[in-house]
Design a protein around this ligand. Sequence first.
Ligand SMILES: *Cc1c(COP(=O)(O)O)cnc(C)c1O
Length: 451
Amino acid sequence: MSVVDPRRRVPRTDAVLAEPQVAAASARLGRGLVKAAVAAAQERARRGELPAEHDAVVEAVLDALPSAATGLRPVLNATGVLLHTNLGRAPLSQAARAALDLAAGTCDVELDLATGGRGSRGASAIEALLAAVPGAAAAHLVNNGAAALAMAAMALATGTVDGRSPDAVRREIVIARGELVEIGDGFRIPELLTATGARLREVGTTNRVRRDDYAAAIGEQTAFVLKVHPSNFRITGFTRSAGIEELTGLGVPVVEDIGSGLLAPHPLLPDEPDAATALAQGATLVTASGDKLLGGPQAGLLLGAPGEGAELVQRIRRHPLARAMRVDKLTLAAFEATLRGPVPPTRVALDADAGALRARAQRLAARLVAHGVDATAVDSVATVGGGGAPGVTLPSAAVALPERFAAALRAGDPAVLGRLEHGRCLLDLRALTPEADEELAAAVLKAHHAD
Ligand SMILES: *Cc1c(COP(=O)(O)O)cnc(C)c1O
């Protein structure tokens, strides 16, 4: 009786790699990754888990390969939280994705093609931002909202002034005690500010602060008054705060960190500050994030009012550490396209009609039930998320599944992240575009069949 070498029975590596789709994957992902997938498929064929045939092995290889050479996996956000920091916040618009692809090659990010000389870096992104916020006279982009704040503190509240020693010029940032915000993951705005070397002068109490508190704290040492929007919490009850309008006229610049990046007021979010209003009310400088309600890539915005604000932006732009905070060409491209292109997905989700969401949930549930899944369409409540509008709830609709689906859906490709509520796994549709429903249904059916 002869012993057959089991290796001989599986398709050869070369033959699988020569298959056009596998070769294309090799070009996209790298040969190492693809060869490892081929070896794994051959091993499965050897163990009898897969027909030891060419087509079956090729299919298994293609199935196993990720869509890109990254450990990141795509996730459908069915949490009902529009801006989920753990999921990368705002999903980019098609326009922004196309711009990313363009900028990924070589591009004229800092070249003037008319003269062949050096151009102004990111000029067209800044132009788009100034067009979107006509009240701003100057703007600058940095890595994120935290960097925008850090730059404001470093450029305005630290360093030497008029040749005086560093200690004498460590200037103070006046801030209300109720606005000492922890952003997330243990990062705190007051610590971020003092890490730059600036000093904080806290005024008021946790729940109340008046204009007089600010006025009493302002002196020779004051660099600016900082207003920080409590974007991830709300204090209710016996509260009082001083608005921007009350703080202008105190003789020092007023910097407002609006957080979420709303450029203009939004009717659904009356309590969410926006850049246009802040500037109209007299803020000297406004800072914000690019990847929250603005719906763009991670970025930090600095917007200066005409006059002193524009001068401060210029000072920030020329600060030595501006180079360390500068955004790359990918961010510039995606940011500009977010502003110039169609309404980004985050804003579509924010404005989605609850009735339309309900109809989508019913259609999805009916389709899943037809395939034997225990699914029902239910009303749900979505939120904007840590990125803005705390306490605001948005009527939404979801497909409710048995709780055990949660883990199976997270393991899928794309993964689906739902929300557990009352022993059910809810797939909330508000943060998902209607185009994602097809993918969502396929993911649920796959999880159902794996069950
Ligand atoms: C989110 C936020 C920040 C931090 O912005 P990042 O872009 O996450 O760095 C700072 N301030 C406020 C008020 C925020 O909401």
